[in-house]
Each structure stands twice: as structure tokens, then as C-alpha cells.
Design a protein. Structure first.
Length: 271
């Protein structure tokens, strides 16, 4: 069980780690004040201070910092109230983290899967305008694409031959197109190719046979990260629901299919 001192130390460390450029919003301050004022008053007076001096310290005791000395001077009722206050502050800190831009940035989780970085917890700014093409994007035939890339290209039998094929960034990405549907393929073992910025609803882990996949059920921000990381990322665009999975060396990102079961059928037909 976590001791009050440990909990307090963790909360203090959390406060030190937050780089908040301005005071919290007024509604957060009011909520903190109201929550603390609602706590029950202590039912005991302060206990007398413990004896001091070298003889009062047992072997193995930690040095009595001001916080520890103050804690030990409190009677049981006051210590209970203080634990309640610390717990309330922990809850309010969690609410603050989830309810402000600074807080959301502090709790973003990053998952890298099949050549895609998923930034979970921050949907990013809304995109505007027409989506920008990938670097060096050009139309080719499927046969030409297979001769220009170093990874296998998969065509889902569920969709048939693509209407259009494009190769981008010197053979780094192949994109297959059907009406309303896009399938990006790339080497998913070398480096991150795309970044997705996701808010709720959160991604869901699903399976293609024994292999995991990630289902993103809602629209989200999508950024292409050029080869080598030297060039600036391509302007973010809004992407539709997507399924991400890995087949051998190839990472695949299926976009434009709103139904998970249909997306899984399409993905399984490439295996």
C-alpha cells in the first residue's frame, strides 16, 4: 500500500513536472476550493511534537525532512483529513489534466505500430483545405509499382484490381485506390511513415488470425513523415476510419471503410 508520504511525494513531483504557462482557469480554481471546503473538519487537536534528538531516531529511519516532521506532529484525525485532501487534489489534478490543453498534452500516449505512430489523447488541430500529395507522388501501373519498391505489394481480392496506383517518395509508399477507398503500403519494419493524431473514440486492437491490427473508428488527423526525417512533414489532413496491420515486411493502412467487419474482410483477403 502506498504510504501518505509516498503519495505526497508523487503529487509534488507531478506538480513540478507540469510546465503550466499561466494560472489554471477560474473554473478549475473554483472547483478545487469547493472540493476542499466540503471536506470534514478535523476531529482532534494537534498532537504534541515527538521527542527530538539522536536517541529518538531508530536505525534505518529516513532523515526527518520538514514535511515528515510536520506529518508526524499531526494527530490521527488531522492526518486522516490530510489524506483526504491529498486524494482530492489527486482527483482534481486528473480532471485538470484532462480538461485543459496543457493537461491533454501531458497525458498523450504514443504507440508505434506497423510503421504508424499513434498519438492517443490529442486529436490535433482540424485540417483545412485539400489534402496535399505525398512527396514525388506519381501515377503508375501495378506492374510498374512492383518494380519500383523493395517490399511486397498486396491487392485485396475483396476489392479486385485497383482503379489507380501511385508511387511516392522514391518508392517508399504505394497507394492503391478504389472508389472511396485507399490502401497505403510501405515497409513497416524500418521507420515511422505516418503519424495519426487521435482523440476519442480510442483505437481498438483487433486480430487478423494470430496477428494484431489497430482499428481507428473515427475521423482523425493524418501526417506523412518524409524519408529520413529531414524534410518537413506533409501538411496534416483529415483521414477517415482506418485499419492498420502488418503483412510480412509490408505495413498496410486501409482508409475509407466505415465498418470494422468489412475492413477485416478486406484485410484478410490480402493474406
Amino acid at each position: 500500500m502506498t504510504s501518505p508520504d509516498d503519495l505526497e511525494a508523487r503529487l509534488l513531483a507531478l506538480g513540478d513536472s507540469l510546465d503550466v504557462p499561466a494560472p489554471p482557469p477560474a473554473e478549475v480554481a473554483r472547483a478545487v476550493r469547493a472540493r476542499l471546503e466540503s471536506l470534514p473538519a478535523p476531529d482532534r487537536a494537534l498532537a504534541p511534537p515527538p521527542p527530538s534528538g539522536p536517541s529518538s531516531r531508530r536505525p534505518g529511519d529516513l532523515p526527518r525532512t520538514p514535511v515528515r516532521r510536520a506529518w508526524r506532529r499531526l494527530g490521527p484525525g488531522v492526518r486522516l483529513r490530510r489524506r483526504m485532501i491529498v486524494s482530492a487534489v489527486a482527483v482534481l489534478v486528473a480532471l485538470f489534466l484532462g480538461g485543459t490543453p496543457v493537461g491533454r498534452a501531458a497525458v498523450v500516449e504514443i504507440l508505434r505500430f506497423a510503421g504508424v505512430e499513434l498519438r492517443i489523447g490529442d486529436p490535433g488541430p482540424p485540417s483545412s483545405g485539400m489534402p496535399a500529395p505525398l512527396p514525388g507522388e506519381r501515377r503508375v501501373t501495378l506492374e510498374q509499382a512492383r518494380g519500383q519498391v523493395a517490399f511486397p505489394i498486396f491487392v485485396p481480392a475483396e476489392l479486385g484490381d485497383p482503379r489507380e496506383v501511385r508511387v511516392s517518395d522514391g518508392g517508399r509508399v504505394v497507394s492503391l485506390f478504389w472508389p472511396g477507398v485507399r490502401l497505403d503500403e510501405y515497409d513497416g519494419t524500418l521507420e515511422v511513415v505516418f503519424r495519426k493524431e487521435l482523440g476519442p473514440p480510442w483505437p481498438e486492437e483487433v486480430y487478423l488470425g494470430p496477428s494484431p491490427a489497430q482499428w481507428i473508428p473515427a475521423r482523425h488527423g493524418l501526417v506523412y513523415l518524409p524519408r529520413g526525417g529531414g524534410a518537413a512533414p506533409v501538411r496534416p489532413r483529415s483521414a477517415g476510419p482506418a485499419l492498420i496491420w502488418q503483412s510480412a515486411r509490408t505495413g498496410l493502412r486501409l482508409e475509407g471503410v466505415d465498418n470494422l467487419q468489412r475492413a477485416l474482410r478486406i484485410a484478410r483477403s490480402t493474406l
